[in-house]
Design a protein around this ligand. Sequence first.
Ligand code: IPM
Ligand code: MN
Length: 353
Amino acid sequence: MNLKIAVLAGDGIGPEISRQGVNVMKAVCEKFNHTVIFKEAICGADAIDKVGDPFPEETYNICKNADAVLFSAVGDPKFDNDPTAKVRPEQGLLAMRKKLGLFANIRPVQTFKCLLHKSPLRAEIVDGADFICIRELTGGMYFGEKYQDDEKAFDTNMYTRPEIERILKVAFEYAMKRRKHLTVVDKANVLASSRLWRKIAQEMAPAYPEVATDYMYVDNAAMRMIQEPRFFDVMVTENTFGDILTDEGSCISGSMGLLPSASTGSGTPVFEPIHGSWPQAKGKNIANPIAQILSVAMLFEHFDLMEEGKLIREAVDASLDANIRTPEIQIENGQKYGTTEVGQWIVDYILSH
Ligand code: IPM
Ligand code: MN
């Protein structure tokens, strides 16, 4: 296969983990005889500094013309502490999602046996947890009508039937490929938008008779996720609820540095870690590259290159089992490996298996 990949490294630890993702991708392509061309593009605070726009037109064009985007992270504290800033790095991320039509954000939550003790939850609760959160990504309060003056402000949580139908379709299809259990998460006891979600889900469910569909209020889902994470197989929810629940979900596995995500829709799909730009760690070679590397696995799997994805997952598991780990997940008194060393170990494993 020929693959054209747009590489958006962004800010903070972005460039460091991006390099490891690219190296892993090169290694897999070499191994399986795929041709891959990388094209780098700027985004986030880096792009604001350079051209005043966190998602410049040129970056958009590079993404549009690629088969996939390998994205790392955006964000810089100099914007967080300045409420008057006119442009923010995060706007680049939102612009990318909207312009590429990426309405479905797939965030898997899984655990790694050897890291169960790293979870803030008891090992027996998280052991075996394995679910996917499907978050609607281009609607809801993030993009609805907004207003702000000094006395009043609002964000509108609007969803249309086609927006809800297309994301629920993705969710039902994921459930069919997995353990056939779908949980629709909403706040239908209070919100009109949620009632429409639930109504449409109930209309669609009979078309997927093998899928056990249940409905859960978001507050209850937040609780259930930490009480009994194994309950879930596929959950689907709107943009804001999904944003919050997936941060909660990321804690289950023990480190934010482990979990990848995919955003898909009508345009070029984007693959990225779920964590942010961790500015304090920039240039220190301590960031865990695994979330980025597993996003490369998701990228291959998106193109039905399952063996390629599997080899990456195997290499990641092997690195963890061999204690080739970045500081935040290293065992007590274990040697701490850097971003580049973990990446290189995984590359070597791929090339020699
Ligand atoms: C995420 C992030 C973004 C979001 C921010 C950076 C705009 O938190 O991808 O979850 O809220 O969607
Ligand atoms: Mn978030």
